[in-house]
Design a binder for this molecule. Structure first.
Ligand code: UDX
Ligand code: UDX
Length: 497
């Protein structure tokens, strides 16, 4: 028995995952028709325009090459289901905001409604591929819905094929993935469906990078991969607090630790906290699964990864207020970067939102600049998180350039590691700020020595920066970094008096 031939692929959900994934499949399989559908007509219109709804380096060129040739975007969900041999489900699976499992469990209402729609419309043999990140055993639910609606005219196989693309590098991750994971039913039909999906990926991905396994291992692997990545960030962020209190530098510690081949150097960049649509959601989902399985200790272990992330965001925000003489009320503060990481316009769970909300709560006036985030999105996010639309209207200004955001600001707060922030004219910025002028580098991307020479007071994650000015409040009162006193700094302040 061998794989079957796929001539048409359908994808339901044209988001950050469905859109780029299908664009790359269309590029690599010019003989396969790829039809991406979404219930959101405005989003589909964007996919059919020159301004795609998702900013990803390299994506525009691929879409331009394939769109209208073998890549199509529409709202005609039923047509995509009818014509496809293989269907990806790429709809969102947000954390539940109601009922049992609220705040933890994944909300599968979209996945379920898509499965019901497939059951209603499909005729013939279909392979249904779960691409959205879902709780373990979701494929079984999809299969149950499909099988309950099976007729003599249709037959389904359900596979799990989680995505591992990271935003900002999605095209690279799709063209050259570390691995492709495919889980399927342990049966002859299941094996055949797995081989069919493998045959698509084998067109550009070496066979040894395509891993097959049972469905539940595949579903769980996706959650665990994200939990491990997030855990590393929380681990190094926890260490960053120790560094600030002791005078060690977290970058040096990360380098030393990462040199160990067993640990490796990746994902050890301390920051203001991880964001993005996946990490928190997937860990909470894992926590919920563990709680449901009566494994409270395991649930607690993973929950701490999220708690440390919340702590890191809060710690950074509080430090800004502490350093600005314990009050930011009425002070202008520039938030540089609002996306959850560079090279994306996505703000979901961005640390910038929480830092900004804390500063707004303290009465600050914020000027926000991000090279890719839509200004309306900034306002929407802040309204949503603060629940205070008037405060956001009165206290927040979204600026079109970083110099405008910085003008008159008491502090610059770097929340996203955009490359452009490394090459700004900081002398010009310094000249237009009241003194002392602060930089809070939440991403450790700036040249702190240079900034200090210009005259900035610099605060960063996981490191104490030596302040030139002995009038720096932290240098006098409680040591550098607004934390515990550093012996030399305390002695210097003493001598000055
Ligand atoms: C989503 C999930 O968040 C992630 O867990 C999963 O791994 C992949 O899918 P993403 O693509 O980033 O990630 O979500 P989003 O950008 O919100 O796109 C989902 C799209 O599905 C939206 O455009 C939405 O309109 C569409 N959708 C949702 C449908 O077309 N039909 C539905 O019933 C529900
Ligand atoms: C993640 C996974 O990497 C990807 O495999 C999965 O499919 C989806 O979730 P994404 O959220 O797009 O991708 O971006 P990622 O690069 O993982 O970054 C997540 C967050 O962690 C960002 O806020 C980033 O700035 C932060 N981060 C990352 C750190 O703070 N330090 C690091 O060392 C790495």
């Amino acid at each position: 028995m061998s794989e079957s031939t796929v001539t048409t692929i359908g994808c339901i959900g044209a988001g950050y995952v469905g859109g780029p994934t299908c664009a790359v499949i269309a590029l690599k399989c010019p003989d396969i028709r790829v039809h991406v559908v979404d219930m959101n007509a405005a989003r589909v219109a964007q996919w059919n325009s020159d301004k795609l709804p998702v900013f990803e380096p390299g994506l525009d060129d691929i879409v331009k090459e394939c769109r209208g040739r073998n890549l199509f975007f529409s709202t005609d969900v039923d047509a995509a289901i009818e014509e496809a041999d293989l269907l990806f489900i790429s709809v969102n699976t947000p954390t539940k905001t109601y009922g049992h499992g609220k705040g933890r469990a994944a909300d599968l209402k979209y996945v379920e409604s898509v499965a019901r729609n497939i059951a209603k419309v499909a005729r013939g043999n279909k392979i249904v591929v779960e691409k959205s990140t879902v709780p373990v055993k979701s494929a079984q639910s999809i299969a149950d819905i499909l099988k309950a609606n099976r007729t003599s005219q249709n037959k389904f196989q359900v596979l799990s094929n989680p995505e591992f693309l990271a935003e900002g590098t999605a095209v690279r991750d799709l063209l050259c993935p570390d691995r492709i994971l495919i889980g399927g039913e342990d049966s002859a039909d299941g094996w055949r469906a797995i081989q069919t999906l493998c045959s698509i990926y084998r067109r550009w991905i070496p066979a040894e990078r395509i891993i097959t396994m049972n469905t539940w291992s595949s579903e769980l692997s996706k959650l665990v991969a994200n939990a491990f990545l997030a855990q590393r960030i929380s681990a190094i962020n926890a260490v960053s607090a120790v560094c600030e209190a002791t005078g060690a530098d977290v970058s040096e510690v990360a380098r030393a630790v990462g040199q160990d081949g067993r640990i490796g150097p990746h994902f050890l960049q301390a920051s203001v906290g991880f964001g993005g649509s996946c990490f928190q959601k997937d860990i909470l989902n894992l926590v919920y699964i563990c709680e449901s399985l009566n494994l409270p200790e395991v649930a607690e272990f993973w929950l701490n990864v999220v708690s440390i992330n919340d702590y890191q965001k809060q710690r950074f925000a509080k430090r800004i207020v502490n350093c600005l003489f314990n009050t930011v009320a009425g002070k202008r503060i520039a938030i540089l970067g609002f996306a959850f990481k560079k090279n994306t316009g996505d703000t979901r769970e961005s640390a910038a939102i929480y830092v900004s909300a804390h500063l707004l709560e303290e009465g600050a006036r914020l000027t926000v600049y991000d090279p890719k985030v839509d200004p309306d999105q900034v306002i929407r996010d802040l309204r949503h998180v603060t629940g205070q639309p008037e405060a956001v209207r009165d206290q927040v200004e979204v600026c079109a350039d970083p110099y405008e955001a910085a003008r008159g600001a008491h502090a610059l707060v770097i929340c996203t590691e955009w490359d452009v922030f490394q090459t700004l004219d900081y002398r010009r910025i310094f000249a237009a700020m009241p003194k002392p002028a602060y930089v809070f580098d939440g991403r450790k991307i700036l040249n702190h020595d240079e900034l200090t020479k210009i005259g900035f007071e610099v605060e960063t994650i996981g490191k104490r920066v030596r302040h030139v000015s002995s009038s720096h409040p932290a240098a006098i009162t409680n040591g550098i970094g607004c934390g515990e006193p550093e012996p030399e700094a305390a002695a210097a302040a003493e001598a000055d008096h």
